[in-house]
Design a protein around this ligand. Sequence first.
Ligand code: NDP
Ligand code: BG6
Length: 524
Amino acid sequence: MLYSPVVEAAPDERPRPKMSGPALMVIFGASGDLAQRKLLPALYNLVQKGLLPADFTILGYSRTPYSDDEFRELARHGVEKHADVEFQESAWAAFAQGIFYVAGGYDDPAGFARLQARITELEGFRPTGKNRLFYLSTPPSVYEAVATQLGQADLVRPAGESCWTRLVVEKPFGRDLASAHALNDHLLRIFDEDQIYRIDHYLGKETVQNILVFRFANGIFEPVWNRNYVEHVQITVSESIGVEQRGGYYDKSGALRDMVQNHMLQLVSLIGMEPPVAFDAKAVRDQKVNLLRSIRPLAPQEVGNYLVRAQYAPGLLNGDALPAYTDEEGVAADSTTETYVAWKLEIDNWRWNGVPFYLRTGKALPYKVSEIAIYFRRAPHMLFSASNHDAEHISRNVLLIRIQPDEGISLKISAKQPGPAVKLQPVNMAFHYGSSFGSTPPDAYQRLLLDVVLGDGTLFTRRDEVEVAWDRVSRVLDGWQMQEAEARAQGAPLRLPSYPAGSWGPDAADHLLAQEDQIWRRDL
Ligand code: NDP
Ligand code: BG6
C-alpha cells in the first residue's frame, strides 16, 4: 500500500463530530422493513456515538396496532440485528424510553388527530425543542396522502420559525418525469423546498462523499479531469442477488428506474460536475444540476443505439440455482422489465464532450460491486511497444474509485518488471479505507439522518435535480415503449435479450463498447 494517513492528528486536534440538537422524529410506515432494518438501528448507533442527544424522541406511525411497548419490542429486534455498535441492555433501556407509537391510516384524519395529540403530549414532557422530523418510510403510493394529512392536522410549521419541521422522502421519488413533477408540486404546497430532504442512500456512503474530497482537495487530479486526458468512464453497480422477495415492486420498476435514475446518475454528477464555489448545499447541488442538464437527451428512436436492456435467465449464483427472472414470485410471465441495463451516456459540455460514460447495473451478476473506473488516454508516443506486445494495452492509466466493497481508490500505472529487459507490468497505487482508517465506513443512513437533524441538505436531491434526472430517464422509457409498440404492431410481442444468472450480462452490452473498441472491466 502506497498511501496511508501521512500525519495522524492528535486526538484533541481532530475535528469534532457535529452533535445535533433535540428533535422528535415521526416514522410513517414504522412497522416496515426499512424502519426496522435501517432507520431504528441508525438512530440507535447515532445516539450511542453521541451524535444524537441521548433523549432523542422517536414516534412510530403505521396501521398495524401496537402499544408503545410492543413497538419497542419490534424495534429492539431490528436494533439487535442491524446496529453496528455493540448491543447493551442498559443503553437499549435508555434509548427505548424515547420510543412511542401511534396506530393509524395514511389517509385517515382520525389517525392524524391522534398523531397530533400524541406529538403535543410528547412535546410537553420530552426535550424535543419542538423540532419535528417526518420520515416517509411507506410505499410511495401514500406519500401524497401523508403530506396532505400532515398539512390538514396543522403539524407543519413554516420554515424560519425558531423550531423546525422537516420531511424526508424515500425513494422512489416518482416513476417518470410527470409523476415526480406532480409529487414535487404536491409536497411544495405543504412544505418549503428547504424543508424537504429527498433521500438517495448512495450519497450517504463515505466513499461517494469522498469523490468530492478526492477531486477538490487534491490539486493534481483536477487538471487532468477532462476530455484532454480522460478517454472514457465506466460505472458499474452490480448485484449478486436476484429480485428475491421484491418481485412485485421490481417488476413495476426495473433496473433503469431502481438504480440508474437515482444512484448511478448521482455518481455521474459527482464525477462530472464543475468545482462548486463552496461546499454547501446550494453550491454543490447547483453544479450537480448543471452536469445532469448536460447529459445528452435521447430521442425515442435513438435509444437502441445508446442503451441495452436484458433479463436474467436461469443460472448459478454463488453456487445456488436461480430461476429465470420471469419465473420469480410477483413477476409477470411475459414481463419486459429489465434486470440489467447498460447506457453509453454522452455529456455535452466543454469538459466532457466526446468522453463516453458507460454505465451498467444489474441483478444476478457474479459479484456485488459498485465502482467508477476513469480510463485515461494512452501515452502519446509509446517508446516500449517494439519490445512489448502488451505495451499499448497496459500503458493506459485507470483510476478506480471503489464504492463498495473493499472501499478505496487505486491508480493503475505501468512499471518496469525487474530484469535486464524493459518489460512493462501494470501495478496499483492503492488506498483502502480499512487499512488507512482502521474501520469500515458506517451505514449511509446514519450520516443522512444526522444531516437531516442538522439541517444540511448537501447530500439530498433538490427538486430540479430529481426532475432533470427523470427527464433523461423518461426519454429512455419513451424509447422502450416505442420499441414495444412497434413489436406489438408487427404481431411479435417484445422479448428482452437474456443473460444467464451469474454472468456479466448480455452480449449486446459487450457490443455497445466494442463499437468504440472498448471492453468492460472484468477484473472487478
Ligand atoms: P414496506 O413494504 O415494508 O412498507 C412499510 C410499511 O408501510 C408497512 O409495514 C406497512 O405498514 C405499510 N404499507 C405497506 N404496503 C402498503 C400499502 N400498499 N399501502 C399503505 N401502506 C402500506 O416498505 P419498506 O419499509 O421496505 O420501504 C419503505 C420505503 O422506503 C419505500 O418507499 C421503499 O421504496 C423505500 N426503500 C426501502 C428500502 C429497504 O431496504 N427496505 C431501501 C430503499 C428505499 P402498516 O400496514 O402497518 O401500515
Ligand atoms: C436500492 C434498490 O435503492 O439500492 C435495490 O432499490 C438495490 O434494488 C439497492 O438492491 C442497492 O443498494 P446498495 O447500497 O446495497 O448498493
